[in-house]
Design a protein. Sequence first.
Length: 374
Amino acid sequence: MQMPQNSTAEARRDYFPALTGLRAVAAGLVLLHHFNPFAPERFGWRLHSLAAETHIGVTIFFVLSGFLIGYRYLGRQVELRRYFANRFARIYPLYFLLTTLTFAVLRWQGKPFFLVEYLLNITFLRGLFEQYVYTGIGQGWSLTVEEMFYLSAPLAFWLVRRNARWLWALPLALVALGVGLVLLCRLHPWHGLFGSFDFLFQFTYPGRAVEFFVGVGLAWGLRRGASAWAPGWLTYAGSAGVLLCLGALSLLHGPQVGAFGVLRPAGMFINNALLPLLGVGPLLWGLVQEQTWLGRLLSSRPLLLLGKSSYAFYLIHMGVLQELLQQRLGSTGLTVLALYGLSIGLYWLIEEPLNHWLRRALGRPAAPAPALDH
């Protein structure tokens, strides 16, 4: 099986600056979710619950991945070896280094080291088990979801090119597969492998496939000639859809800290289906097709820099490095600034050099595509 071929020049044409800036926003939303500064006693439950539901940044990342990988690979031929090599070069080196550092620091702090946890982390398998999903770099569970999409994308794109109905049939089939796995694994529980329906729809690719395929569907529409449609208001309609879904999730938030609306069945449906369909999807189309002040803002140099380094920021914004910085600096604000600075340094000094080196070593020049995946 072969996938669409790209070159450095083609990759440049596929670069959407506003989407790089959107990555910075998505990472900032996840930060706000994890470190909600709006205590309900001081700011009230409404503001607290709104900030608590900004985990929707992960949904933005998932739809972005579906769109950008789909846009790059749906219409051209490329060798599968190169496709997987590119995904490996972009994602794995920094993740491996930071995961190994995390386990080393935890061991240095006197905490128990379990080889199985480390192996499950560096192979991305930990995201399949409730028992291990938050081990290592806790927020890295989402990379298991990403990697499963990357693995399935060649076959998915091959099917879509033959019949566009697969755009909606595949995510439904994946959800059905996930439900079947949960029912099967309930018969023989093992470390929380597909341990519950809540776990399925929060942490696994089958449960969150709709988000990716909304992005793939947008890419398919653009590749098939629908790109002429740019009404001028879609960017703002999509933004409004995102805000409405965020508000709906906050209304489902319970009267206790941590009682997230997304934990309820209605909240999962809003987050996994309505948000990508009515919010993130239209927003992405508008940012790619329309000339708006929001698109220009997201394409500004500061947001481009933060977007390019958003993968590093996502990996370090919570965990042992963040805790060490917090202890040293004693201020959450200074810690956040330091994390942004550190993530930019990691991007410049480690992530991009390793990505370029690995691509050259595999016989392909590194494409200038920081916005095409995270």
